[in-house]
Design a protein around this ligand. Structure first.
Ligand code: ATP
Ligand code: MG
Length: 725
């Protein structure tokens, strides 16, 4: 078979990695140097040249989106079905293993994934039940503690320093929480990984089976693996598996969540005969973008150090837009995207990257106004919206009545006369008899614990759930979803809210039914023996995609910098480049290398861009209901000024970036205009408005004002008779 295509489009170092003969390989290289490409070619090489069965390969990446792309690219190279290949995220793969080996893992068949919000809710309840003061013992902190321990592979009994009162309290909560989860068959995200690790530890036969089967482990974004993931790989590899990892220490951005960049060094120490290969040529970005990114990352002190160069063109300067506020920032970005699309380019070539999820909303608003389709990855995910979670909780309860988190969520939603007092009685019973809420509720009814009215209400609720389950067992998923929404009367619950909110909630519920209708179970879930409902519920908990645009639709890509890892786009906007937002305030205040991690995040963001990079910041930003004057991000000043061009589209000109300009404040004025951008003005005919932009000079200065009632208008300043307010 001719396999030259597997090596043809690779440079020397890349070929060496792809065709490495024996032992383990570490590819350590900067952004855009072809690590992921090498990993995919390696996968194809193993199958076509070394004749490894596709069943013998496990490929791990960081996000579902990246996993999807990897599968597609491998499929294109191989021209055969990639179905037997295990490609996925650590969480996805752990989930699949646990489904297939639920018994060995000590889980009920119907176990449910507990997402982060439900986890916090459950912890809040436990803390309250323990009579502890939530102000001192916040659920969020408990969650952080438990997940961090699990990421280190620790159960309560492994944790030391119990003489420390804070630690011992959290360990106590961890224990109670874990008991609840075990009783109800609930598995949080960190638990997926820990259980999968314990499966290796405690079930030698299972481990042995997978060691024999999965001889090749390929891991992308290795710099962001945490302790438990690393331990999991080591166990699985044993003495026989061959491990191929690719990573970049400069792109380690999950330290705050327990990722250990040291794993890169540990890998060289823990595995024998590791061949380390460095790639230095960047194929992704223009020379300008690459130079700016290299200059920025050089400000970090803890680096393994590497050089990246490109044979590509210098390209256009990086543009920098100083918006006068966050509205102006969104307007500018969306205008530029519109121009890009008008010039015949695709919407999905554009990405808007931001530091915090809340920033997406304004961009969404402006994109909607212009009718430009978009898709938000991560963030307030569709499946995390209250109404969607409520409806899913009913579905979960049908599937597994012992799911305490689901029961808590909907027992009195819509209100059905089951008050806090009744719920407390159920909890008490559950705690005392070591039962799930569902079991405890039944016991309470049998023992006549409730007052008559409450007892009837609880029974009615339970009958409702059982009734739906019996009636709907053979319905399609979409019909089940619709049926649950109708019969639970959830909609009546939302109808009590303000009309605009109700409308959105109902829309989302309709969307959920659509999602269930359109759901096609992935082949790997079918292979793992999941039912359609199980697959759908796990998808809802694990999937990071949103549904604003259909999968196939050409749409603008929006995501946090963290979820942009590994991806690339011709045009990238890095927005909200302000000190306090990016770098994030917390990272500036905290010691321990947090600022360096933020800088790596900026490096990740910049190196996503292929042709054009645009940085934006707002001089004034409304946050938490307050207007703040902002300084441009220190990261901007860490890039060479000659690579940056400040754009002032409103004046119709661009000028070189001057790093030494005064920071903060509404300092931008047209040379001959008496108003500042963002200033409130009044016009005799159009009324009040805000100055958006200027154009021209001397007597010809025109001013763009957004009037509250009359909308945006261009006026010749000399005749406009505007007054400052
Ligand atoms: P990141 O660190 O951001 O994950 P990476 O090192 O994984 O980046 P890739 O995404 O694999 O880099 O590659 C970056 C781009 O360069 C891709 O578009 C890829 O197809 C292209 N590329 C990589 N190697 C070559 C090559 N030898 N010839 C041509 N194009 C290449
Ligand atoms: Mg990559």
């Amino acid at each position: 078979m001719d396999v030259s295509h597997l090596l043809d489009e690779l440079n020397e170092a890349q070929r060496e990695a792809v065709s490495a003969e024996n032992g383990h390989v570490l590819v350590l290289a900067g952004a855009g140097s072809g690590k992921t490409r090498v990993l995919i070619h390696r996968l194809a090489w193993l199958i076509q040249v070394n004749h490894v069965s596709p069943l013998g390969i496990l490929a791990v990446t960081f996000t579902n989106k990246a996993a999807g792309e990897m599968r597609e690219r491998a499929g294109n190279l191989l021209q055969v079905s990639t179905r037997p290949l295990w490609i996925g995220t650590f969480h996805g793969i752990a989930h699949r293993l646990l489904r297939m080996h639920f018994k060995e893992a000590g889980l009920p068949e119907a176990f449910q994934i507990l997402d982060s919000e439900d986890q916090q809710r459950l912890l809040r309840r436990i803390i309250r039940d323990e009579g502890m003061d939530e102000a001192h013992w916040p659920a969020r902190q408990a969650q952080w503690f438990i997940n961090a321990r699990k990421d280190e592979g620790e159960r309560p009994e492994h944790i030391e320093h119990l003489d420390h009162p804070v630690t011992s309290t959290w360990v106590h909560i961890y224990k109670i929480y874990q008991d609840y989860c075990n009783r109800g068959g609930l598995v949080d995200f960190a638990e997926l990984l820990l259980r999968a690790h314990e499966l290796w530890l405690e079930q030698p036969a299972v481990l042995d089976h997978y060691r024999k089967r999965l001889q090749h482990l390929l891991i992308d974004e290795f710099q962001d693996t945490n302790a438990i993931q690393y331990a999991w790989i080591r166990m699985l590899a044993g003495n026989t598996g061959r491990v191929f990892v690719v990573g970049d220490d400069d792109q380690s951005i999950y330290g705050w969540r327990g990722a250990k960049v040291e794993n890169v060094q540990h890998f060289q120490r823990d595995f024998p005969d590791v061949r380390t290969i460095r790639l230095e040529q960047n194929y992704r970005s223009t020379g300008t973008i690459l130079d700016a990114a290299n200059a920025l990352i050089r400000h970090n002190t803890s680096r393994m150090g590497k050089n990246l160069w490109t044979a590509g063109e210098k390209g256009q300067p990086i543009s920098l837009y100083a918006a006068f506020n966050e509205q102006d920032e969104a307007r500018y970005v969306v205008d530029r995207i519109e121009q890009w699309i008008d010039s015949g380019r695709r919407a999905d070539d554009c990405a808007i990257l931001y530091r915090t999820t809340a920033q997406s909303r304004l961009f969404e608003e402006y994109l909607l106004r212009k009718n430009i389709p978009y898709r938000v990855y991560g963030g307030q995910r569709f499946f995390e919206r209250t109404e969607v979670k409520d409806a899913l909780a009913y579905l979960r309860l049908l599937h597994n009545p012992n799911d305490d988190a689901a029961m808590e969520r909907v027992i009195n939603k819509p209100t059905r006369a089951i008050g806090q007092k009744t719920v407390s009685l159920i909890r008490l019973q559950a705690r005392e008899s070591g039962l799930t809420l569902w079991q405890a509720a039944r016991e309470c009814i049998e023992q006549g614990v409730f007052a008559t009215r409450a007892g009837t209400a609880v029974k009615a609720f339970m009958d409702l759930v059982v009734g739906i389950r019996e009636r709907m067992s053979d319905w399609t998923l979409g019909n089940q979803m619709q049926g649950v929404i109708d019969e639970s009367q959830l909609t009546t619950h939302y109808e009590k809210e303000p009309p605009e909110r109700t409308e959105t909630r109902l829309e989302n519920l309709r969307e959920l039914v659509n999602a269930a209708d359109a759901f096609a179970m992935p082949a790997e879930d079918a292979d793992a023996g999941l039912t359609e409902l199980q697959s759908f519920l796990s998808h809802a908990a694990l999937e990071a995609g949103d549904t604003q645009a259909e999968n196939w639709e050409d749409c603008v890509q929006m995501m946090t910098l963290h979820s942009a890892k590994g991806l690339e786009f011709p045009l990238v906007f890095l927005v909200g480049m302000e000190d306090g937002l990016f770098p994030h305030q917390r990272s500036v205040e905290e010691a321990g290398g947090r600022l360096e991690e933020e800088r790596r995040l900026a490096y990740v963001g910049m190196t996503r861009a292929r042709e054009m990079l645009c940085l934006c910041y707002a001089e004034v930003r409304r946050m938490h209901g307050q207007e703040n004057y902002c300084r441009p991000s220190r990261f901007i000043d860490e890039m060479p000024a000659e690579l940056i061009e400040e754009v002032r589209p409103s004046i119709g000109a661009s000028r070189p970036y001057r790093p030494a300009r005064p920071t903060g404040g509404l300092s931008m004025e047209s040379p001959s205009a008496p108003f500042k951008l963002g200033q409130h003005v009044i016009h005799p005919k159009f009324g009040e408005g805000t100055v958006l932009a200027f154009e021209g000079s001397g007597d010809n200065v025109r001013v763009h004002v957004n009037f509250l009632d009359a909308g945006a208008k261009w006026l010749v300043l000399a005749y406009a008779n505007l007054q400052a307010l």
